[in-house]
Design a protein around this ligand. Sequence first.
Ligand SMILES: NC(=O)c1ccc[n+]([C@@H]2O[C@H](COP(=O)([O-])OP(=O)(O)OC[C@H]3O[C@@H](n4cnc5c(N)ncnc54)[C@H](OP(=O)(O)O)[C@@H]3O)[C@@H](O)[C@H]2O)c1
Length: 254
Amino acid sequence: MTRSYDLSGKVAIVTGGGKGIGRAIALGLAECGAKLILCSRTKEDLDHTAAEIKQKGREALPVVTDLMAGDQITNLVETAKNTYGRVDILINNAARSFMVPLMDLREDGWDKIFDTNCKAVFLLSRAVAKIMSEKGGGRIINITTVGAVRGGAGMAVYHASKAALSMLTKCMAVEWAPINVNVNAVGPGLTRTAFSQPIWSNPEVEQMVASRIPKGRIAEPEDIVGAVLFLCSDDSSFITGESIYVDGGSLANY
Ligand SMILES: NC(=O)c1ccc[n+]([C@@H]2O[C@H](COP(=O)([O-])OP(=O)(O)OC[C@H]3O[C@@H](n4cnc5c(N)ncnc54)[C@H](OP(=O)(O)O)[C@@H]3O)[C@@H](O)[C@H]2O)c1
């Protein structure tokens, strides 16, 4: 697929950029000309995606970061600032979940999900928005999920954290519109990554899920990229506080 937006000269941070949807977004941004800063806890994933980006003739800087640690978020932002002097795009993509009923979920499980999916987004976005405002503005895209607006059993705290992230998206958009930082969300439906492997690795379960999706299949990571690139582009400069669901029509069928 050829990506047609022009993001040349832009500097983009992608959290969870080493694999899955984050990797696909990072490759899409690179194809449009952006320089990438990739973070996650797994160096091998980051190095692999960075190498793919460099093969395309673009720049990629892996920064091993645990987003649950505030000092490592500070290090990520300082590294970006010291290397490029600016950040134009932030993709808050990293997230975690446990498939556990509420009755069995440990208290520290709640904390790990909310610390990664919400608190880290707040801390990183605030630090990056300050840099963006010094350079005239920027774009923040939070990766949510259809589960932000649709309940379900087994991942309740994940759903709650993503609903909170959707509201955080709106509030950040309102507070940071005056500094020209647009904040939007992209919410995938079920997408074929390691995250959702317990679901799609069983062909019968995948078929059952796909049968409820109007487009008749689950998403591939590359399906999510176009909406993100649009929200990073000049074509969306008057859009802020919005969510785009990339779900093959499943929410419309609800
Ligand atoms: N796959 C789906 O069906 C689906 C559906 C709707 C929404 N989403 C959303 O899409 C986004 C990407 O998910 P995915 O499916 O691509 O999952 P994935 O393949 O499991 O990737 C998740 C990424 O987040 C990183 N991460 C997790 N905890 C981290 C931490 N504490 N610090 C730094 N990085 C951390 C992981 O890296 P390390 O573990 O190496 O740190 C990994 O790179 C998430 O926001 C998810 O909620 C996914």
